[in-house]
Design a protein around this ligand. Structure first.
Ligand SMILES: Cc1ncc(COP(=O)(O)O)c(C=O)c1O
Length: 374
């Protein structure tokens, strides 16, 4: 907060104003953030384009590829992408006549590579595969996917929103051509994000305007949010070098082990794949996710059903469905997230309340079944 405050008051310069000291300082803040983010994720500063968040970065990544390669008419994406990608595919189809193919995943959440191979067409421009799934934490073996896709002359975009700050990541080592991220997933402020475009990629910006971000994303930059994003990157890099991820993983694993021991008919989704250390997608049979969430919320424990962005939606999660879960199992799945602040004590406290809640809900539903059968 102390970092942002000056940019909300005295330091109100416009980074595009090169002739006054306020503008120059605002520009310096943005360029510092660009360096910090690039340094965190192994990208050159000029490969970093600031956006309003992960959604815009995904949209801009995919639409920008077709803007630069007008002869290409086909996009491939996985069946478990966030709506920020899948809705962009629909947009491209409706507005630009671009066709798309969705590739299924197996029960562990991994892309079907045979299907991917068969889906590639001479006019396929880009493959979009998320690095970490937002509902299950399942990680894609992206380096292998990129190697394969590049032999078939496809660009690769990854929605890395859920992976940044949760797994060690180097943009160049990963090999993808485009990568999207969102600031608030690793300690920044909501409303900021970035798109990385590897130098030389056939891509053109789609938000046109005053030429900001080297003509690749028009619009006056949000200096406070971008400065905070840079600082969040710096801090997260340091925390990761001090064992943050190992801590979070040990807490999550402790939770999962104790959970399956203490609550019968309960299982964790996606465990046969590598996962981000912070996420646990838990299927608790004979309960409704909405009920579990609301009762835990009353006790001050915040969790979500599948993805937070879709909590208002009554439909079962498309991610869990794609992994082969039944509708009932999807509706019985909740997602726990863990962070630096959690300890074994927090986990034991949550488990005590969860055990009571599940016992209560199961007894209630049994009563209901008995009442209905009378
Ligand atoms: C995987 C994934 N992609 C994209 C987004 C959208 O990011 P933003 O809310 O910054 O637009 C989210 C949001 O949670 C997400 O989980």
């Amino acid at each position: 907060l102390s970092l942002i405050r000056p940019y909300l008051s005295d330091e109100f310069g416009n980074p595009s104003s090169k002739t006054n000291s306020l503008g120059i300082r605002a520009r310096e803040a943005i360029e510092k953030a660009r360096e910090q983010l690039g340094c965190f994720l192994g990208a050159e500063p000029e490969e970093v384009i600031f956006t309003s968040g992960g959604t815009e970065a995904n949209f801009s990544a995919l639409v920008g590829v077709f803007r630069a390669q007008r002869e290409k008419r086909h996009l491939i994406l996985s069946a478990v992408e966030h709506p920020a990608v899948s809705e962009t595919a629909k947009f491209l189809r409706e507005m630009c006549g671009v066709e798309y193919t969705q590739i299924s995943v197996d029960c562990s959440g991994q892309l079907n590579l045979d299907q991917l191979n068969r889906a590639i067409r001479p006019d396929t421009a880009v493959l979009s595969v998320m690095l970490a799934n937002n509902e299950t934490g399942v990680l894609s073996p992206l380096r292998e996917i990129v190697e394969f896709a590049h032999t078939r002359k496809l660009l690769v975009h990854t929605d890395a929103v859920q992976a940044i700050g949760k797994v060690p990541l180097d943009f160049h080592e990963l090999g993808v051509d485009l990568l999207s991220l969102s600031a608030h997933k690793f300690g920044g402020v909501k409303g900021a994000g970035a798109l990385f475009v590897r130098t030389g990629t056939a891509w053109e910006g789609v938000v046109k305007g005053g030429g900001q971000e080297s003509g690749r994303r028009g619009g006056t930059e949000s200096v406070p949010l971008i400065a905070a994003l840079g600082e969040a990157a710096r801090i997260r890099k340091q925390q990761m070098s001090e064992g943050l991820l190992e801590h979070v993983r040990s807490i999550r694993d402790f939770f999962e082990q104790a959970l399956v021991e203490r609550i019968p008919q309960c299982r964790i989704n996606g465990t046969s794949s590598p996962r981000t250390p912070n996420t646990s997608s838990v299927l608790i049979e004979d309960t409704l996710a909405q009920d579990v969430i609301s009762l835990l919320n009353q006790q001050g424990i915040i969790l979500s059903a599948g993805s937070a962005c879709k909590t208002a939606s009554p439909e079962p999660s498309h991610v869990l469905r794609a992994m082969g879960l039944t509708t009932v199992d999807c509706l019985s799945t909740v997602r726990f997230s863990f962070g630096a602040e959690h300890t074994r004590e927090t986990v034991l406290h949550v488990l005590d309340i969860l055990c009571q809640t599940v016992a209560y809900l199961r007894a209630e539903s049994s009563q209901q079944i008995l009442a209905n059968s009378r």
